[in-house]
Write a protein that binds this ligand. Sequence first.
Ligand code: HEC
Length: 120
Amino acid sequence: MKLQCKLIARTLLVTCLPLSFTLLSSQVHADAVRGKTAYVQNGCWGCHGFEGQGGIAGPKLAPETKPLEYFNAFVRNTRGIMPPYSEKVLSAQDMADLHAYLKSIPKGPDYTAIPLLNTP
Ligand code: HEC
């Protein structure tokens, strides 16, 4: 009986401990408010606009923000006009927060529904 208990306890420890570590380490809680601060502090707005609407220097990032995997791969490795941002500048947490901020930006109204923009 004692041996059985020991065996069960050991089995639980061996299977559950690594599993809980994996779950904890892969869970980055993204926060849109922190993301907005990171967006402003790191100068993303200078090229992409405060609302991620895009401008002369950079394409629009919101709404219809591309998936996090794409976002991470692009921002870390780009070799075009935009400078790449390494882990030293933007942590994985910062990246998740930035993405959450861009995703939280609502779609603007349809321009055809704004009378002033439709006067002949
Ligand atoms: C100096 C201007 C500049 C700054 C600053 C900048 N970007 Fe960019 N970004 C660009 C340009 C230009 C592109 C278009 C691709 C290219 O030419 O590099 C781009 C493309 C992107 C894309 C890919 C868009 C798509 O649809 O493929 C993402 C995502 C992005 N930027 C995020 C960011 C974030 C997040 C920051 C701040 C940490 C940032 N950018 C700062 C200029 C900039």
